[in-house]
Write a protein that binds this ligand. Structure first.
Ligand code: NDP
Ligand code: PYR
Ligand code: MG
Length: 762
């Protein structure tokens, strides 16, 4: 029996098992630490450690501000929790909070290039906690407190702010308040409400709730119109049960005692409590055009589907990414700290928070430019009920919010560094964005909108099965599992995979009605290449790659993924027997290398062993076209061991010849060579030694002189350089096929399937 681990979490397209595997496979967890300086030679060691390290030590002792110049401090934030209020899951302890804290750390890095480390402190004693954190100041540029329950979090944050001279920011309080306030400003505008007369109920009276209502009151809400509720119901003046000073400060004079009574006629409701806390009746009883922010994580107080069943005039937001209007502090903390760190702010004050609110609220009202549309699943959003707040993948956030925060820090006198050219700062911030992530998310979104049928040729393998399931669960299209049904079912059963869901089809080559059509097709192709009819029959009956490739060739599937059980060249040979190159194209392999925030395309990493000059030229054209389809303006370097004639040699001659051939073709992309890899990738070397080079910047497409150098260099980058390498991706085939590396993980196989779907015209 399949267990619940294989069931898709509602609305997310992921199973519990996938979530566990994601965290467990490869290196357990989500973070690692890498050195930023070489540590290779005796000299490096002397500089990095004794005796060299003594020099910055003395400099910092003489002037503490120089710690920002000589250490990681200026870009390093600690994410600190004791696990007493983990999301909406409650007090599950410091250790259990670690996946969330590691997650916050990677979000810091991913969205704002802030380095971050998670620290879980195993105490519920407020003084012990404060004592533990207060001495960490020298290590960090800022402290992000997370998932600490109220009211302890108020005391902890307040005391640490007093004790430390770096920003201490409790994300669940202020991060949430900033995002909720930005969304609320826009929702009020859309519903034509005046904040002075709007009636708001906030369910939950903990960290997030108290901070939210403090901020909206500071913005102009009438305190009498704001009703706070907790597990005991309405917080009214005179209540004694379950109270504390922070709740008392917001107690109102009212006869209402329950959440249901409070919500009757309310204009706005904030949920910062727990899953399912709002009933349908409560939502029904609200005013016309109600504003409902159900922000509990991971499951909201009420889902958008439930609200839609009751009424169609609501503006609805949740804390989750799989619904429109995600009101979640991920939109805030990375960027707020980015701005604060860049001006070395001593604190994050109200001015900086309000600047972030306004920047966020205005961004949602601006037209979404073309290059941002991808972040919005390809559909251009317009300010309205379904779009009151930008999405976390909006690439404008990285420049808009830190700039606003940094300006506010400077103007309010808490910055320790000036930022004389804010425009230059905004440009520098945009450059910190990792382009491949948005390219891949764009690719996935395209596939979701133009779903394709992908045949998974080795579906008897467990990881292939998981990949197929994930492909279907993510709404990318239909996954066709090719294999013997009995084996597929028994493997699925053993692995706890539930195949009984829409979007999955099993095809057994032995009993398929299409066998004869595939044999006829393949025999016609191979009869003059030494294959008898019986040879072809055997291939179609017994070999999954040939069967799958014929499915794609004859239109029974849009694309194919294989390679887990067979080496690349064998799998490619199988596929090429069934599918030709696209007319006028050359089949090549392109690997996408992601290293240190840069993305480069390397070719040919799969097909041509020792390409001739003409072939190298065609590889360059094919690779440039692919880079362009992936959203990059190609700058192609024809690589060799020599640069512009020195040292000379036979292989370099061939590369020079390829450049001459390209020169005659009047192409619409930049290329140059031959050149060595350091010249191609390092602007300074190129400009100082070879100012005549025609490349306008560092190359992003590297055409290797031969297969061996391509394969060796990408594998070395992966193993030694810590780069992520996607591919080789097959480019130039008439039908869309991708071949994974042998033993690839399910997540790699899904990526390949999505790329195959994209190549099939998604
Ligand atoms: N979307 C976002 O960005 C964020 C969402 N949140 C969500 O907000 C919620 C609270 O987090 P946080 O403030 O950090 O936690 P806290 O532990 O500080 O506060 C929890 C509060 O919720 C109240 N509560 C719990 N269950 C209910 C219920 N069924 N009805 C009414 N009140 C209830 C508690 O009441 P009592 O005081 O009586 O115990 C308490 O006041 C979580 O679900 C969390 O995921 C938090 C931060 C960010
Ligand atoms: C998003 C977040 O920080 C929370 O739910 O606690
Ligand atoms: Mg939190």
């Amino acid at each position: 029996m399949a267990d619940s681990k294989s069931k898709s979490r509602p609305g997310t397209g992921i199973t519990d098992q996938e979530a566990l595997d994601f965290h467990k496979l490869g290196r357990p967890g989500k973070l690692e630490i890498n050195p930023t300086k070489p540590m290779a030679t005796q000299r490096d060691l002397s500089l990095a450690y004794s005796p060299g390290v003594a020099v910055p030590v003395k400099a910092i002792a003489a002037d503490p501000a120089t710690a920002y110049d000589y250490t990681t401090r200026g870009n390093m934030v600690a994410v600190i929790s004791n696990g007493t209020a983990i999301l909406g899951l409650g007090n599950l302890g410091a250790l259990a909070s670690k996946p969330v804290m590691e997650g916050k750390s990677v979000l810091f890095k991913r969205f704002a290039d802030v380095d971050s480390i998670d620290l879980e402190i195993d105490t519920e004693n407020v003084d012990e906690f404060i004592n533990c954190v207060r001495y960490l100041g020298p290590s960090f540029g800022g402290i992000n407190l997370e998932d600490i329950k109220a009211p302890d979090c108020f005391i902890i944050e307040q005391r640490l702010r007093e004790l430390m001279d770096i920003p201490v920011f409790h994300d669940d309080q202020h991060g949430t308040a900033i995002i909720a306030a930005a969304g609320l400003i826009n929702a009020l505008e859309l519903t034509g409400r005046d904040l002075k007369t709007t009636k708001l109920v906030c369910n939950g009276a903990g960290a997030a709730a108290i901070a939210c209502i403090e901020l909206i009151k500071a913005m102009g809400f009438n305190p009498e119109n704001v009703t706070l509720c907790d597990t005991k119901g309405v917080i009214y003046q005179g209540r004694s049960e379950g109270m504390n000073q922070w709740k008392s400060a917001h107690a109102v004079k009212t006869d209402k005692r329950t959440l249901a009574e409070a919500m009757k006629g309310a204009d706005v409701v904030f949920g910062l409590s727990q899953k399912d806390a709002f009933s349908e009746d409560m939502i029904r009883s609200m005013a016309d055009r109600p504003i409902i922010f159900a922000m509990a994580n991971p499951d909201p107080e009420i889902t958008p589907e439930e609200v839609a069943r009751i009424r169609d005039d609501a503006i609805m937001a949740t804390g989750r990414s799989d619904y429109p209007n995600q009101v979640n502090n991920v939109l805030g903390f990375p960027y707020i700290f980015r701005g604060a760190l860049d001006v070395r702010a001593t604190t994050i004050n109200d001015e900086m928070k309000i600047a972030a609110v306004n920047a966020l609220a205005s961004l949602a009202r601006e037209d979404v430019p073309d290059d941002v549309v991808a972040a919005y699943q390809g559909a251009r959003p317009r300010f309205g009920a379904q779009y009151i707040i930008p999405v976390p993948f909006d690439p404008r956030l990285i420049s808009a919010i830190p700039v606003a925060v940094a300006k506010a820090a400077i103007e309010s006198g808490v910055a320790r560094r000036e930022m004389p050219d804010m425009d230059a700062y905004a440009r520098e911030l945009s450059a910190r964005r990792d382009p491949i992530a948005s390219t891949l998310s764009q690719l996935y979104e395209r596939v979701r909108r133009h779903q394709k049928r992908i045949v998974f040729a080795e579906a008897e393998e467990e990881q292939v099965m998981r990949a197929a399931l994930s492909y279907a669960n993510q709404g990318l299209g239909t996954a066709i599992l090719l294999g013997r049904e009995d084996l597929i079912h028994s493997t699925a059963e053993r692995a706890g995979i539930d195949l009984n869901r829409p979007g999955l089809e099993i095809v057994n080559a032995r009993i398929s009605k299409r066998v004869d059509a595939y044999i006829d097709y393949l025999y016609a192709r191979l009869q003059r290449d030494g294959y008898l009819h019986r040879d072809v029959t055997r291939l179609i009956h017994n070999d999954r790659n040939h069967f799958a490739a014929c499915m794609v060739a004859l239109g029974d599937a849009d694309g194919m993924v294989t390679g887990v059980t067979r080496n690349y060249s064998t799998a490619l040979g199988d596929v090429r027997r069934c599918i030709d190159a696209k007319p006028g194209h050359r089949v090549i392999g392109v690997s996408i290398v992601l290293a240190r925030g840069r993305t480069v395309f390397v070719a040919d990493t799969a097909v041509h062993d020792m390409p001739a000059a003409e072939e190298l030229a065609e590889i360059a054209e094919e690779a440039a076209g692919f880079a362009r389809r992936m959203g990059y303006e190609p700058r192609v370097a024809m690589l060799a061991y020599s640069t512009f004639g020195h040292p000379s040699g036979e292989r370099s001659e061939r590369v020079r010849e390829a450049v001459n051939i390209l020169d005659k073709r009047h192409l619409n992309f930049e290329f140059d060579g031959e050149m060595a890899a350091d010249v191609a990738l390092n602007r300074k070397i190129m400009e100082s030694l070879y100012p005549f080079s025609r490349l306008s910047g560092p190359a992003n497409v590297l055409v290797m002189p031969a297969f061996h150098s391509a394969a060796i260099s990408t594998k070395m980058l992966q193993e030694l350089g810590g780069s992520t390498v996607i591919g080789p991706l097959l480019v130039g085939l008439d039908k869309s096929v991708q071949i994974t590396s042998m033993g690839a993980k399910d997540s790699d196989i899904v990526n390949m399937a999505a790329i195959a779907a994209y190549g099939a015209g998604a």
